[in-house]
Design a protein around this ligand. Structure first.
Ligand code: NAD
Length: 543
């Protein structure tokens, strides 16, 4: 048995590459995009380390060029779900007993593989499959996932380092055991980094995982599995089974060995998962750990002292990058009437310059929304805005799906601060502005706090320190990630641990030790050196 005391260096965040014209990374990425677009792939399920084909093939198409077939994946069903659970249960035995430093090494190596030879593969897959610009792919499938894989091993040592007090005669220690049973990881379509983190965070802590990626992002999931395999992830520790949630979900969630769920996605699906588990909670060996990061209705609030240029830039980037399909995307804006004319003019001027189109044209700031369902859901809100007398479309409001699911960046002004455009998650490039009387700062902060069921991200723009302090206090429970003079998107692993409460999730903070803590069940051990040999206490004597 290896007996060295192993230390994991506190990592630095992976720097993002710029993709400037003429740069090496731009050249490599363009070559990888071409290769991927010309060579459709067939993606199998991965169960027990083996490629499993079901013959039930599903097309993968580029959202910005719907004629382009990127390949097919083999759709899993309840049979593959059963096999994946059995494979996880088998692998768990030796994986959970493996020295933690060896488990850490797998992710540390995966991070280096991703930072190097796989970087442009994951970036290109994320761009073509999920319709991201090179910048959005780089900060997601490269930097954030590399960070998760470098920081989580370090955070693991923080979890393990948490040990109780001992005395001279009693030694107390804590063993951070993996959960009993397997973990079910269910990832959303919009972030490759989240897809990579949801199965690997519980695995790092000694669990074995059944992972169901989102149907719209199976291609990046396929390459994540390749990186993990090359990094030495043992067979069966992570089993990838792409397929429809309502088909895969029930047999996995109802399995008696379910130890935990690591979910990111919509509030509705998360509550369905919780209800499924809760409907017969007595059948499980342990209460399954349920971790879910869900939707948002994220705000940017301006005080009259706000720097208008910075505020407008935050709105444009926060609302429209990745077509507003970030859980943290700014989608409701509060502006005082004294600065509104300047904000409106600058914002509309800026939005008019945004180019929307194919990911291979690097001059585009936005690409397509993910699929037909998303396109239709988002345009329903735009149509509603066109009809409702309280709403006025200031810019955008047009859309076209003849080649891809394109929606122009849309800004709506509302007279009604409780309009559904201010309350519901749209998950598209639509942002709604409410203009408030400058003197009603406090009341409007309260309104912002009470408007939506969500509490994920939000921010305040102000130069006046008193205004900032007031907002931080009034909006204390309105966001799990709060920003001062910054856009509410772009949390960085280790710097802004991510998650929200209310309808936005269990707030278990991905990108910190807090999330890893959820994947262990601590055992406290007390060892007594000199145990008593007489049951009588001294106070019991007469003399
Ligand atoms: P979604 O809820 O539609 O799907 C998420 C995953 O759940 C997918 O893999 C899907 O197949 C699966 N699923 C669906 N029904 C299921 C069921 N009955 N049982 C088990 N699994 C099931 O979400 P999406 O459209 O992929 O992603 C967008 C949503 O995710 C938005 O609401 C967004 O705010 C949220 N999100 C949140 C965060 C966060 O950190 N808070 C991050 C990213 C995305």
């Amino acid at each position: 048995m290896f007996n060295g005391i192993f230390h994991i260096r506190k990592p630095d965040n992976e720097p993002g590459l710029d993709y400037m014209p003429g740069s090496k990374e731009r050249h490599e990425l363009k070559a990888k995009l071409k290769e991927m677009l010309e060579n459709p792939v067939e993606v199998p399920c991965i169960i027990g380390g083996r490629e499993v084909t079901t013959g039930d093939l599903v097309e993968m198409r580029a959202p910005h060029d719907t004629k382009k077939i990127l390949g097919h994946y083999h759709r899993a069903g309840p049979r593959e779900a059963e096999k994946a659970i059995a494979a996880a249960n088998r692998a768990k035995v030796s994986w959970s007993e493996m020295q933690w430093s060896s488990r850490a090494t797998v992710l540390l190596k995966a991070a280096e593989l991703l930072a190097g030879k796989y970087r442009q593969t994951l970036n290109a897959a994320t761009m073509v499959c999920m319709s991201k610009t090179c910048h959005q792919a780089e900060i997601d499938s490269a930097c954030e996932l590399i960070d998760f894989w470098r920081f989580n091993p370090y955070f693991m040592t923080e979890v393990y380092d948490d040990q109780p007090i001992s005395t001279k005669t009693v030694l107390n220690y804590m063993e951070h055991r993996p959960l009993e049973g397997f973990v079910f990881a269910v990832s959303p379509f919009n972030f490759t980094s989240i897809a990579g983190n949801l199965p690997t965070a519980p695995a790092l802590m000694g669990n074995a995982v059944v992972w169901k990626p989102a149907s719209a992002s199976v291609l990046p999931a396929h390459y994540i599995m390749q990186v993990l395999k090359e990094a030495g992830m043992p067979e069966g520790v992570i089993n990838m089974i792409p397929g429809p949630g309502p088909v895969i979900g029930p047999p996995v969630l109802n399995h008696l060995d379910l130890g935990g769920v690591h979910f990111t996605g919509s509030t509705y699906v998360f509550s369905t998962i919780w209800l499924t588990i809760g409907s017969d909670i007595r059948k499980y060996y342990s209460y399954p750990r349920i971790v879910g990061e869900t939707g948002g209705k994220d705000f940017i609030f301006a005080h009259s002292s706000a720097d208008v240029e910075a505020f407008v830039t935050a709105i444009v980037r926060g609302a429209f990058e990745y077509q507003g399909q970030k859980c943290s995307a700014a989608s409701r804006i509060y502006v005082p009437d004294n600065i509104w004319p300047r904000v409106k003019e600058q914002m509309c001027d800026e939005v008019a310059t945004i180019k929307v189109g194919d990911v291979c044209d690097f001059s585009n700031f936005m690409n397509a929304v993910i699929d037909k369902n998303a396109f239709e859901t988002i345009i329903k809100y735009i149509k509603f805005a066109k009809e409702d007398p309280n709403l006025e479309i200031l810019c955008g409001g047009t859309y076209n799906n003849s080649e891809g699911y394109f929606i122009q960046p849309t800004v709506v002004e509302t007279k009604d601060p409780q309009s559904k455009l201010m309350c519901e998650e749209i998950f598209g490039p639509v942002v709604t502005v409410y203009v408030y009387p400058e003197k009603e700062y406090g009341e409007t902060l309260r309104l912002c706090n009470n408007t939506s069921a969500y509490a994920l991200t939000g921010g305040i723009f102000a130069q006046d320190r008193f205004a900032i302090v007031t907002a931080v206090k009034a909006l204390r429970n309105a966001a799990g990630n709060f920003y001062i003079n910054d856009k509410p998107t772009g949390a960085v692993v280790g710097q802004q641990p991510f998650g929200g409460s209310r309808a936005s999730g269990t707030n278990d903070k991905a990108g910190s030790w807090l999330n890893l803590e959820r994947w262990v069940s601590p055992r406290a051990i007390k060892e007594t050196f000199l145990p008593p040999t007489d049951y009588r206490y001294p106070f019991m004597t007469d003399k």
